[in-house]
Design a binder for this molecule. Structure first.
Ligand code: ADP
Ligand code: MG
Length: 662
């Protein structure tokens, strides 16, 4: 077995499973063993039923009694009680009718799940069931929990991973002396251990090694991306910015000082003898797009072509519309190129760029496909650059004869870290928000506040605004009791319909949902309708997180806020507060703890992404890294730029040694 082999070569993985694994982006054996646990389950001895308390994950053992089942509109519900000598505890399952065969009065099982309040008492919803011997095997070890999709369980994944380890050899890439000196595990041990650690310390040790490798790969690839010194001659000297000055004068707003400074940096670069390689870093909503637009305009005025690569089709369309609207009168011919276009449409786009019948192409990954050739590409803009792999960025750049490269990122990274991470890229920071913006008003609330929040959203809609509601899940899941987009949308529609009757105003709130498993064309349609104001409330997973700009949206409500990384929550919040109206962000907590409150308070008290990152780091201890990660940010599986800064330095140092030798 080789790492590059299809996962199908793993025993137990058939065609059906393969299709499911692909949903998790697992295609090869390598992908499988790099699908790291997101957390571990620690199986402990069963506890007495009268000792359980709210919020705990517990295992109880006892006899089943009072089994009842009833259908509701959307769910088939089973309830029963489990009793031990100390008391009885209510158990509830949804849509798991097959359990009825096992749940016979008097039968004994172990049940494991999270304790919740149930009126005056406690209950466990969706508990897992075990026979005694089965549970004994799990006791006392950490069991990996993985990111899952319907039809795949953590048990299945861990079995498949174990199977791979019996058949594969993983090559070491670091010299023993360096590993020893820096306390880095062997790579093969690290990968095994992160799946099956004996204890949390071991897991953290393994993680440390893997984080080092993630940083090292990133840095080495970035260095490969850098144009060699002798090649960095500027073949596209751009010195006329008169059209840009005119465009600036026509904008409906005045550029902030920080925007002006960033664009001045760019002008200096593009008119100099050396190629531009610049990163523009600015918090969400700080106005990076207009900087890209000005740079593109300058390139086109000088007779060259430009490309703008963005991570999603929705964003591509939005930028395309924006560029067309503002640049048409400067005779800039803009086209779009995205994956969902037909091959005939793509061919036409290729032709236009190759023959220079168009000046600017805006698109997704589709830009780096083979068919696209340029006449004279002078500028490659990479928006939300952290969303792209280094190879993708390089592929775009290689489309031209050493074009200027302008990268844009909303990931707030302290300057010292940016310098290590981006090496010798030049950096412009937009550290200022447009003056007209009112700071977003934040609230952290529990689910009891949900009706109030929905009524508030309804009021905002009636006064002409729009809202987003984010849920962590797409559909109901056996492994998680987080809110899901599909059921939530049904409930919210019911809620709004009832409110219209109660208030006697008959107001229709147009509510739709959006999630990552929808077809690209469906997603685009929903996003476009939301942008056009034809949808009032959009209920979505985090797919809307990146870059989308609907100025009229004034409320962001995030269900199960405790499940997201702070940086991700900050990005989500950045979808509102983009216009002059007062905006609101409601962080809804799905469970209670001091830790959750502390974390969410950081967001409540800070609207600045750099501050959020700083405070977050201060709060988290090193042992906390398997908890909620900064997911959705820079493209690593494990590494966290803030918390792992020392490893980043170490990787950078080592990369220096390797490239000097190479
Ligand atoms: P981001 O930095 O997140 O990419 P955008 O470029 O999408 O932000 O800008 C967010 C919104 O702010 C857009 O609607 C844009 O037109 C507007 N905007 C940009 N610069 C300014 C400014 N100086 N003053 C007022 N509004 C601005
Ligand atoms: Mg943007």
């Amino acid at each position: 077995m080789q790492l590059e082999d299809s996962v199908k070569t793993v025993k137990g993985v058939g065609d059906k499973m393969m299709t499911l694994l692909e949903k998790l982006n697992i295609f090869t054996v390598r992908d499988l063993i790099r699908h790291y646990p997101t957390d571990y389950d620690n199986f402990e001895m069963p506890v007495q039923i009268n000792s359980v308390s709210e919020g705990q994950i517990v295992t109880v053992e006892g006899a089943v009694s009072r089994v009842t089942t009833r259908p509701t509109a959307r769910k088939k519900v089973i309830t029963c009680y489990v009793s031990d000598p100390s008391g009885a505890l209510k158990l509830v399952w949804f849509n798991q009718q097959y359990l009825l065969k096992l749940l016979k009065p008097g039968y004994r099982f172990l049940f494991r799940g999270t304790v919740k309040r149930d009126n005056a008492d406690y209950a466990v919803t969706q508990p897992k069931m075990y026979q005694r011997q089965e549970y004994a095997k799990l006791l006392g070890c950490l069991q990996p929990k993985y990111g899952l999709t319907k039809g795949i369980t953590s048990a299945f994944l861990s079995k498949a991973v174990k199977q791979v380890f019996t058949e594969i050899k993983i090559e070491e890439n670091l010299p023993a002396a360096f590993r020893k000196e820096n306390n880095l595990m062997k790579l093969s041990d690290a990968i095994k251990t992160i799946h099956f650690p004996k204890n949390m310390n071991e897991a953290l040790e393994a993680r440390r090694r893997l984080v080092f490798d993630e940083f090292l790969d990133f840095i080495l690839a970035l260095r490969a991306l850098k144009t060699k010194k002798e090649e960095a001659v500027n073949n596209f000297v751009i010195s006329d910015y008169s059209a840009c000055d005119r465009l600036v004068g026509e904008l409906p707003f005045k550029l902030t000082n920080a925007q002006e400074k960033a664009f001045n940096d760019i002008k200096k670069d593009m008119s100099s003898e050396r190629l531009m390689s610049r990163m523009v870093e600015g918090d969400v909503g700080s106005g990076k797009t207009v900087i890209a637009m000005l740079s593109v305009l300058a390139a086109v005025q000088a007779g060259y072509q430009a490309a703008v690569m963005v991570p999603t089709e929705v964003l591509a369309k939005q930028h395309f519309a924006d560029f067309e609207e503002k640049l048409n009168k400067y005779n800039v011919r803009t086209i779009i190129l995205v994956g969902s276009m037909t091959s005939a449409q793509k061919k036409k786009a290729y032709e236009k760029m190759a023959k220079h019948e168009a000046d600017v192409v805006i698109g997704t990954h589709a830009l780096i496909q083979e068919g696209l050739q340029f006449d004279n590409l002078a500028l490659a803009v990479i928006d939300e650059q952290h969303r792209f792999g280094v190879n993708q960025r390089k592929a775009l750049k290689d489309k031209g004869l050493h074009p200027h490269v302008l990268s844009m990122s909303a990931t707030p990274i302290p300057r010292s870290l940016s310098l290590i991470l981006y090496g010798d890229m030049d950096l412009s920071v937009i550290n200022e928000m447009p003056a007209e913006r009112k700071p977003i008003k934040n609230a952290v609330v529990d689910t009891g506040y949900r009706p109030t929040a929905l009524n508030f959203i309804r009021k905002e809609v009636i006064s002409g605004h729009q809202a987003y509601i984010i849920c962590p899940l797409v559909e109901e899941s056996e492994d998680s009791d987080g809110e899901n987009v599909i059921d939530y949308t049904d409930n919210v529609k019911d809620f709004f319909a009832l409110s219209a009757i109660k208030n006697g105003d008959g107001k229709l709130i147009r509510t739709e949902y959006l999630h990552g498993r929808m077809k690209a064309s469906e997603k685009n349609e929903i996003m476009e309708r939301f942008a056009a104001g034809e949808i009032d409330v959009l209920i979505s997973t985090t797919v809307i997180e990146v870059g989308v700009n609907v100025k009229n949206a004034t409320v962001m409500m995030i269900e199960n806020s405790e499940r997201f990384g702070l940086a991700q929550l900050h990005q989500l919040r950045g979808r509102v507060g983009r216009g002059a109206a007062q905006s609101y962000c409601i962080f809804m907590k799905g469970s209670e703890s001091k830790e959750i409150d502390d974390r969410l308070d950081i967001l409540k008290n800070n609207n600045d992404g750099f501050k959020v990152a700083e405070e977050d780091l201060r709060l988290r201890g090193p042992g906390d890294l398997f908890g909620v990660r900064q997911s959705g940010e820079l493209s690593w599986k494990l590494a966290d730029i803030y918390a792992d800064a020392p490893l980043l330095s170490l990787a950078s140092e080592y990369a220096g040694i390797v490239s000097d030798q190479g």
